[in-house]
Design a protein around this ligand. Sequence first.
Ligand SMILES: *[C@@H]1O[C@H](CO)[C@@H](O)[C@H](O)[C@H]1NC(C)=O
Ligand SMILES: *[C@@H]1O[C@H](CO)[C@@H](O)[C@H](O)[C@H]1NC(C)=O
Ligand SMILES: *[C@@H]1O[C@H](CO)[C@@H](O)[C@H](O)[C@H]1NC(C)=O
Ligand SMILES: *[C@@H]1O[C@H](CO)[C@@H](O)[C@H](O)[C@H]1NC(C)=O
Ligand SMILES: *[C@@H]1O[C@H](CO)[C@@H](O)[C@H](O)[C@H]1NC(C)=O
Ligand SMILES: *[C@@H]1O[C@H](CO)[C@@H](O)[C@H](O)[C@H]1NC(C)=O
Ligand SMILES: *[C@@H]1O[C@H](CO)[C@@H](O)[C@H](O)[C@H]1NC(C)=O
Ligand SMILES: *[C@@H]1O[C@H](CO)[C@@H](O)[C@H](O)[C@H]1NC(C)=O
Length: 687
Amino acid sequence: MLKTNTRFCFLFILIFVFSYSHPTKPRLTFDEFFDATAFSTLSLSPTNEHLFFGTRRASWNTSSFENALWIYEIQKQTKKLITRNLHKTIQPKWSPNGLWIALLLDQTSANATHADLHAQSISNNSQTQQCIHLYSPESNELLSVELGDVVPLEFTWSDTDLSLYVAVSNKSLPSMDDEWKGAIEYRRSKSYEHSSIIQVDIVSAKESLSAQTTVVSNLSFYISELIFVSVEQKLFVISASLLLEDLNLFEIYSIDLRNTSSPPVRLTHNEDFESNLKLSPDCQHLLFQTITINSNDRILNNTQISLYALNLLDGQFTRLAQDFHGSIHNYMPTSDGIIYILGQLGTEIHLYSLESLSSGLTEHVGWNGSYETLTVTDQHSMATVYSSTDTPQEIYFINDIDQLQNARPITSENHLFTERDLPQALPYRWENKDDHRTVEGMLHYPPGKYLSKNLPLLVLIHGGPYAASINHFSPNWYTWAALAASEGWLVLEPNYRGSTGYGDAFLQEIRYRPLQIAGQDILHGVDQLIRDGIADPHRLTVGGYSYGGFLTNWLITQTKQFNAALSGAGSIDHTSSWGTMDMPTFLTHLFGGYPWETSHIYQSQSPIYQIDRIRTPTLITTGEADIRVPASQSYILERALYYRGVPVKLFSFPREGHELSDNPWHGKIKVREEIKWLKQYGHQSLL
Ligand SMILES: *[C@@H]1O[C@H](CO)[C@@H](O)[C@H](O)[C@H]1NC(C)=O
Ligand SMILES: *[C@@H]1O[C@H](CO)[C@@H](O)[C@H](O)[C@H]1NC(C)=O
Ligand SMILES: *[C@@H]1O[C@H](CO)[C@@H](O)[C@H](O)[C@H]1NC(C)=O
Ligand SMILES: *[C@@H]1O[C@H](CO)[C@@H](O)[C@H](O)[C@H]1NC(C)=O
Ligand SMILES: *[C@@H]1O[C@H](CO)[C@@H](O)[C@H](O)[C@H]1NC(C)=O
Ligand SMILES: *[C@@H]1O[C@H](CO)[C@@H](O)[C@H](O)[C@H]1NC(C)=O
Ligand SMILES: *[C@@H]1O[C@H](CO)[C@@H](O)[C@H](O)[C@H]1NC(C)=O
Ligand SMILES: *[C@@H]1O[C@H](CO)[C@@H](O)[C@H](O)[C@H]1NC(C)=O
């Protein structure tokens, strides 16, 4: 009797000690998940005294996202608000000596209603003057310079704090005579993708700003980026177009500022997208990242995002960090010739450096997880945005980049998440038994169920396909594994064939069978989870957005294993997707040709021709104004499942494009309905 009592007592103490040493944090709630702050931009001042950073969060009352810009004083460790109305895409930039931050504001004020915006967009007399703003950290003032009736595309500082160059597009549409009554000739309207470069010279900045603007160049293409190179007195620009039909429209050009009547000189002739132009420390090389999307008539293979140097003297290109097996996420050169690189390898993004243009990569040992943006000064201070599945995103600062593990957070925007019982996750590997390729993914366990068995599974598939699910914490409607896990699901985010971070060959192997091979990679992962006893074979579900939607649509035609599916912005008939999306080149590459050349591939990989095999109840979501994967694809799927008597529901979000970035409620409602759908159908096996 005594013995039993002691045992009882012992057990009791154990439970007590256990719960005492692990004070149970509350679970993450649905609302909290959507109240996270994301960091949009980050840059240390040339003087090493200040850091500016952008934050983005939902403003529920105004049904919009708030994009704020902050300035942080490094010595005093204080931050000040610059604006809550930062331009969504064009990033602010420090002037060469740190006197100013140049920035653009969002024209649509945060409290403008949707009716206002709609009225603006249809009115033909919206003669709105655009401005570029200059913020002085010294005086804490925000001054403005008028640019005229134009749409700013990008800007760069010259080599002084008194002059900058702004690329703008010409807003006026081609004038059509009265006989057309608003009819638009499609190709002709596209040929009006012209832009100009305006030089802005600050004449006086005392009291109020006075500046002179001059058009220095008129160009027959759009500009996505530009930088000024002082020694050559040239601007280097990347051309762009709104449609990705012809990769020749995305190239690097130089513009000679000493002779503005000479035409721009084209420097690249390839099928790459160039981005993130920077000048090398020796001023002799132009550095940039590329992603390749080869069309059918080139045998060359696609690569992950790579880093290139263009020698300005002899015009030669060199691929840097060739020995790196992963994808170059970001980079930053410093004046002593070192290039710091954030590289994605597998499910991690770590810091590396190149001692010189020809050297190999050295890894800087930090923490497991993802360093997603970086800014480094010539004094080797660094700021970065870091997170991992168990550490929410914050900005970290460090005086000496060589002491990465000593970095300290300087923001606490997402502090709430540290007080929640976040799901634990780990990388999970399996083999595609057909071709013996190893595939990896992130596996998230429900809180309190780490390494448990027989759990209900959600396979959550990333878009791209040239992207990856990584070890980070980024709460939003697209990467919501942590929320799904908090709702009780084991979540597998597979890095199927085509994903970045596993070598160029792994990325290339998706071509010619882009749904089938990626689909097989995913199904082998599900099989492995079942064999390992981790996933309950009777409670399997699947979902994804964009290419993750393509794959979801495909997988439910291939197997009846999944009890419920969440199809977001997926393609159902790849030929019509090719004909209506803004990036047809991308499908031409994946399917190995145009629809009339490889029709058998377009057809065999399209779910529409096999829809009679679907039994899985499917929830479909799409942005009504999506031009990447047009909403029509989702309507085709809905109609087919409706005729087949398969449970189906479609939500479309007005005024939303592919990013669902207009109204934060839309993404939140998407996930709210998806969780309900999983609850309703996910536990009832069809088999
Ligand atoms: C949002 O609206 C709620 C309810 O109307 C109000 O209590 C709250 O103060 C508002 N918040 C902001 C930031 O305006
Ligand atoms: C936004 O709110 C401010 C202050 O309440 C007001 O002055 C401004 O007119 C509003 N703008 C619009 C477009 O409603
Ligand atoms: C568009 O312009 C015409 C002529 O300038 C004008 O009569 C018409 O009212 C304008 N429409 C709108 C919606 O502003
Ligand atoms: C803008 O386009 C209009 C009509 O296409 C043209 O007349 C005008 O000169 C252009 N302006 C600039 C700055 O290119
Ligand atoms: C650019 O176009 C505008 C309007 O057509 C013209 O006034 C200006 O002289 C042009 N500038 C250059 C540098 O070509
Ligand atoms: C400027 O460029 C034009 C066109 O390329 C050329 O004809 C002219 O000679 C150049 N002027 C000078 C001073 O180099
Ligand atoms: C392209 O990739 C395939 C398969 O990985 C390989 O066999 C071929 O040699 C590569 N071609 C080039 C030009 O690198
Ligand atoms: C970091 O990741 C590696 C590889 O997944 C693992 O072996 C190691 O234990 C991890 N370290 C920490 C501190 O979590």
